[in-house]
Design a protein around this ligand. Structure first.
Ligand SMILES: Cc1ncc(COP(=O)(O)O)c(C=O)c1O
Length: 390
């Protein structure tokens, strides 16, 4: 491997959420933090170099996103996902979560029903409820360690809903939605005139044997109903640069979104370094990404092997994508705060409590393994010891 993902880089006191917010989040700094979805790996050298080069100019005034910003997204979608998109379909957002919120505000009305599939990335809930819309749940079903969609339930919940928000691939379960699953879901949405927000921020993080199919690539009919959100932030560890984008083939939806972004909220300016980083990432990122994914996959299998051998009461739901593992801890016999406190206080493990992801999260924890293997091993040993004391 050209890149060294074993390198342990101290992140304390860098104002990073994962390490420096531990006391506020877990009530103690004494946990190994494996929660927030960023990586403990160095942001790749070709991105840092591009930012350094721009810094040499030493004037950081108002900036624009030049034509090559959109073009590098077009090229990346073609190269990595075999999806032909057009330059003008692309819109900007300072983040995917802001984008989801703006879409809710721009394309639905207060009181409208919006469908989500828990357990799922919880800011979707806030985007709905904090904006006065009504959350409708179409819970996923855990089958043989994989979270899958419940179409019969979706058919019942769909009538009257205005929007559906999906995580594709899925956080926290790591499911890469198949063509068949996407077509069935989209069909139900089309029949009920429901817009689909397909959050594809994890779509570059796909393990061997699986393939991400952009929802909107399936047919023009689906594309006209779909707004795709994406970013290079998860893929290349750039979350601090606040740069993401939307792909909106439907012209009316796009102009309604752009009006919210530019004319009502004035959030379209963006971040100079985010633009530079996105272009460097999408132009030079293939090799780094492939090596990083191989390393993370080895972390995933390390966790699975370790648990099977030493702590079989906890089971890893094997992810097909993302650097998260959904841990089934139900056999520990602890529920609610007891499970949460067990991991924080006894195992000194800073994982995400499954309950925050909504229905289906009780008894589960989410662990982020985008870090050197030594950290993964250390936390697992702490968990093993804590379980043995139970
Ligand atoms: C599904 C999903 N969407 C969005 C985000 C965050 O996006 P952003 O930081 O661009 O707001 C995350 C981060 O974990 C995520 O998992």
């Amino acid at each position: 491997m050209k890149y060294n993902f074993d390198e342990s880089i101290p992140r304390e006191n860098t104002d990073c959420v994962k390490y420096d917010v531990r006391a506020a989040f877990f009530g103690t700094e004494d946990v190994i933090p494996m929660w927030v979805a960023d990586m403990d790996f160095r942001t790749p050298d070709f991105i840092i170099k591009a930012i350094r080069e721009r810094l040499n100019h030493e004037i950081l005034g108002y900036s624009i996103r030049n034509k090559s910003f959109n073009q590098s997204i077009v090229n990346w979608m073609k190269k990595r996902h075999d999806w032909d998109i057009q330059n003008e379909w692309i819109s900007f957002s300072p983040g995917v979560v802001p984008a989801v919120n703006m879409l809710v505000l721009a394309l639905t009305n207060p009181g409208d029903k919006i469908i989500v599939q828990p357990p799922v990335y919880f800011p979707f809930f806030y985007a709905i409820e904090n904006n006065g819309r009504v959350k409708v749940e179409n819970p996923l079903m855990l089958m043989d360690g994989r979270l899958g969609m419940d179409f019969e339930d979706l058919k019942k919940k769909a009538p009257g809903a205005k929007m559906m928000i999906i995580s594709h691939p899925h956080n926290p379960g790591g499911s890469v939605w198949t063509k068949d699953e996407l077509l069935q879901m989209a069909q139900i949405c089309i029949e009920n005139d429901i817009l689909i927000v397909s959050d594809e921020i994890h779509s570059d993080l796909i393990f061997k044997g699986f393939k991400h199919i952009p929802l909107a690539s399936l047919s023009d009919e689906i594309a006209q109903k779909t707004i795709t959100t994406n970013a290079p932030s998860k893929t290349f560890n750039l979350a601090g640069l606040s740069t993401s984008y939307l792909i909106i083939p439907n012209e009316n939806l796009r102009s309604t979104y752009n009006k919210k972004l530019n004319d009502q909220l004035h959030l379209g300016m963006g971040n100079l370094f985010g633009s530079i980083a996105l272009q460097a990432a999408y132009e030079h990122g293939d090799e780094w990404l492939d090596q990083m994914l191989a390393y993370v996959w080895d972390n995933v299998t390390f966790v699975d092997d370790f648990l099977k051998k030493n702590t079989p009461q906890i089971k890893a739901c094997m992810p097909e994508s993302t650097y998260m593992i959904w841990l089934d801890c139900r056999e520990l016999g602890l529920i609610g705060d007891d499970l949460k406190n067990f991991f924080i206080k006894d195992a000194k493990a800073g994982f995400n409590d499954g309950r925050v992801f909504g229905t289906g999260g009780e008894g589960f924890m989410r662990i982020n393994v985008a870090c050197p293997r030594t950290i993964v091993e250390k936390v697992l040993l702490q968990v093993q010891e804590a379980v043995s004391r139970l």
